[in-house]
Ligand binder design. Structure first.
Ligand SMILES: [Cu+2]
Length: 123
């Protein structure tokens, strides 16, 4: 009985140890880790320092873009032409996603901050 318990304990410690070792190098999909890392992921636009980062992004049709508010202040994503649905007001850490199905150039802005503009170019 005791041996079994200690075998189990050692197994648990090994699993914990492997997790903590592999964390810094393991790949975490963007969808499971919104806003993780220090720079925007492949299909992410960060709202950061009252700007969209990157401000212009080129993607293939069918790509889902996720905006993530990294600022303490509230932002939103509003299409200049209404070509895609506007996000709600987004507090810090909030995300908004939209899949661009059709090729074109999509200009958008934040209604809270004049000059906070972005462009998605869909090929
Ligand atoms: Cu804003």
């Amino acid at each position: 009985m005791k041996t079994k318990f200690f075998s189990y304990l050692i197994l648990v410690l090994i699993v914990i140890g492997m997790n903590s070792c592999s964390k810094s190098s393991s790949y975490v999909p963007v969808s499971n880790n919104p806003g993780g890392g220090t720079t925007p992921g492949a299909n992410e636009v960060w709202m950061q320092n009252t700007a969209f980062n990157p401000s212009t992004k080129t993607i293939m049709a069918g790509t889902k873009i996720t905006w993530i508010n990294k600022d303490a202040s509230t932002h939103d994503v509003t299409s200049a032409t209404g070509a895609f649905p506007a996000s709600p007001s987004m507090g810090q850490g909030a995300t908004f996603s939209y899949t661009f199905a059709t090729a074109g150039t999509y200009n958008y802005s934040c209604t809270f901050h004049q000059g906070m503009n972005g462009t998605i170019i869909v090929q």
